[in-house]
Design a protein around this ligand. Structure first.
Ligand code: HEM
Length: 155
């Protein structure tokens, strides 16, 4: 199971290193009758199943990338895909089902460099384009992920 529509505000936890007030406002909108016309990035992407499909396709690219594939050699990609799907669902304003480590801790011992982070973001953007996600929405997804850079690069 990943994130779905059943969570409530009470069940939501603070997400590791991704929350800001804008995100909270977005997620809060979902739990009350929605009189607001602005959709969360999560909803605009098509919710959990669409995000799951993007993440699976993204990981195929990750495993083929000369720049980053070595990092994922001994990783269980089924479990990793589920974690990333839940994380992206949450980070884009969907329900919070993410129970993994925070971004600094998860990547601390990997000694990652800028080129690795850029490659991951580029592969995700390429995947979103393949899924016909608009440039505007891709920009909004990137806005959610780019602030994680310093944590992921442990600096
Ligand atoms: C926007 C960028 C990134 C996001 C949102 C992201 C997200 C995540 C998440 C949610 C996890 C699961 C944490 C856990 O196991 O509890 C994870 C683990 C992992 N990430 Fe990333 N990540 C990013 C960048 C990178 C980069 C640049 C690399 C390496 C090239 C990388 C390699 C890994 C590996 C190997 C794991 C598995 C760690 C383990 O199981 O011990 N990630 N990432």
């Amino acid at each position: 199971m990943g994130c779905n529509q059943t969570s409530t505000n009470e069940q939501r936890k603070e997400a590791p290193t991704t929350t800001n007030n804008a995100d909270k406002n977005e997620t809060n909108k979902k739990a009350t009758p929605n009189t607001n016309t602005e959709k969360s990035v999560y909803d605009s992407l098509g919710g959990e199943s669409a995000i799951g499909a993007v993440v699976d396709s993204f990981y195929t690219k990750v495993l083929a990338s000369e720049i980053v594939k070595s990092y994922f050699e001994n990783i269980d990609m089924v479990s990793q895909s589920a974690k990333l799907r839940n994380f992206v669902c949450f980070a884009t304003g969907g329900p919070n089902r993410y129970e993994g480590r925070d971004m600094r801790e998860a990547h601390a011992k990997m000694h990652l460099e800028e080129k690795h982070f850029d490659e991951i973001v580029n592969l995700l953007v390429a995947t979103l384009k393949e899924f016909k996600v608009s440039e505007e929405l891709i920009g909004k997804v990137a806005e959610k992920l780019l602030p994680l850079k310093d944590d992921i690069l442990n600096r």
